[in-house]
Design a protein around this ligand. Structure first.
Ligand SMILES: NC(=O)C1=CN([C@@H]2O[C@H](COP(=O)(O)OP(=O)(O)OC[C@H]3O[C@@H](n4cnc5c(N)ncnc54)[C@H](OP(=O)(O)O)[C@@H]3O)[C@@H](O)[C@H]2O)C=CC1
Ligand SMILES: CC(C)(CO)C(=O)C(=O)O
Length: 303
């Protein structure tokens, strides 16, 4: 296959060099001229190592830039933790062109009001993925799980541009989803079922298939389905349970991201996962004992 010249490739900025950012950099670096936005740097080029699922290892180099070095951004991918998004947007807001393509990707419900306020004219997308990656060193990851990805438009002015066409070609098992709310809720419900329990009990995703966890899984998902339905998103308890158990089986050997956060005693995304259901429950005067309890347990840091 003919290699495309760097000058002909569209530029894509990726925030950070986290596990998902580097995984997507590997998938996209032949289609895009990728620049990694780093907090600080000593070198202009990062040498990246990705251990694939089949144990083969790929190495490639990408340019790194600090925010101060950026003039303007046409295409931006933000694969950070949910609690880091507001800060990223505040730092980059003046650099992002008014017609730029911005793709957010994180677990937990995004703060759509804040995102739409910060980026009122840009083409906003959200990408969810069930692929998994683990970071071993600053620029080294292992691809640890294969799963489907979905991308959907977050605002009405969003168009399917060549950037999105390139993404759809380069990322395996990705589908464009027209109903963004359904997409966000489906992923939220999977994380509600898996993340807090694997974090509190310090078990792999597959362990949750055991009957001893069933009543808590049903309790957590039932509350989320109630809120989703109140918000106009049609999801049934049985289809939500099916999806959650499917992902537990597909990622059975993985430790969830929240499991690792709790293990390493670092900040987790519980506020935008169980915390989102707790907050919505308060708004609807609907009690959410399961989500509220896991929110408190994990926020407390001593599950
Ligand atoms: N890893 C996985 O397998 C999966 C992860 N996800 C979700 O994807 C999202 C990303 O996960 P993951 O890649 O594991 O997380 P990481 O913490 O590995 O990656 C986030 C990266 O963004 C960087 N970053 C954040 N803010 C800034 C900033 N202002 N300037 C520069 N860099 C910044 C972080 O830097 P620093 O470390 O310095 O803060 C870090 O390098 C999360 O929501 C996660 O739950 C979803 C499916 C699977
Ligand atoms: C899909 C799942 C549960 C995979 O582990 C995930 O998104 C996570 O760990 O945060």
């Amino acid at each position: 296959m003919q290699k495309r010249n760097k000058v002909n490739k569209p530029k894509l900025y990726i925030v950070g060099h986290g596990a998902i950012g580097l995984l997507f950099a590997q998938l996209l670096h032949t289609a895009f001229d990728i620049k990694l936005i780093v907090r600080s740097k000593t070198k202009n080029l990062a040498h990246i190592t990705v251990a694939a699922l089949d144990q083969s290892v790929e190495t490639f180099s990408l340019e790194t830039v600090t925010i101060d070095e950026i003039d303007s951004i046409d295409n931006l991918f933000i694969p950070t933790k949910s609690y880091q998004v507001a800060n990223v947007l505040a730092q980059l807001q003046n650099k992002i062109r008014s017609d730029a393509i911005v793709i957010l990707s994180h677990n937990g419900m995004p703060n759509l009001t804040a995102i739409n306020q910060a980026l009122a004219t840009q083409n906003l997308f959200f990408l969810t993925t069930s692929m998994a990656a683990l970071k071993h060193a600053d620029f080294a990851i292992a691809h640890t799980g294969f799963g489907a990805s979905f991308i959907g438009a977050l605002n009405a002015n969003t168009e399917k541009t060549p950037t999105i066409e390139h993404l759809l070609t380069a990322i395996p098992n990705i589908t464009i989803e027209q109903n963004i709310n359904a997409l966000l809720w489906q992923k939220l419900i999977i994380n509600i079922a898996i993340n807090p329990l694997t974090a509190v009990h310090q078990v792999k995703n597959g362990a949750l298939i055991a009957p001893q966890y069933a009543s808590e899984i049903i309790g957590l998902i039932n509350e989320a389905v109630f809120i989703a339905n109140k918000e106009g998103v049609e999801i049934s308890l049985s289809s939500a349970l099916d999806s959650a158990y499917r992902v537990m089986r597909a990622t059975s050997q993985n430790y969830s991201s929240m499991n690792r956060d709790v293990f390493k005693q670092q900040q987790s995304e519980i506020d935008s996962i169980c915390g989102y259901i707790h907050k919505k429950g308060v708004e609807y005067c609907y009690s959410t004992p399961f989500n509220s309890r896991f929110l408190a347990l994990i926020q407390d840091g001593t599950p």
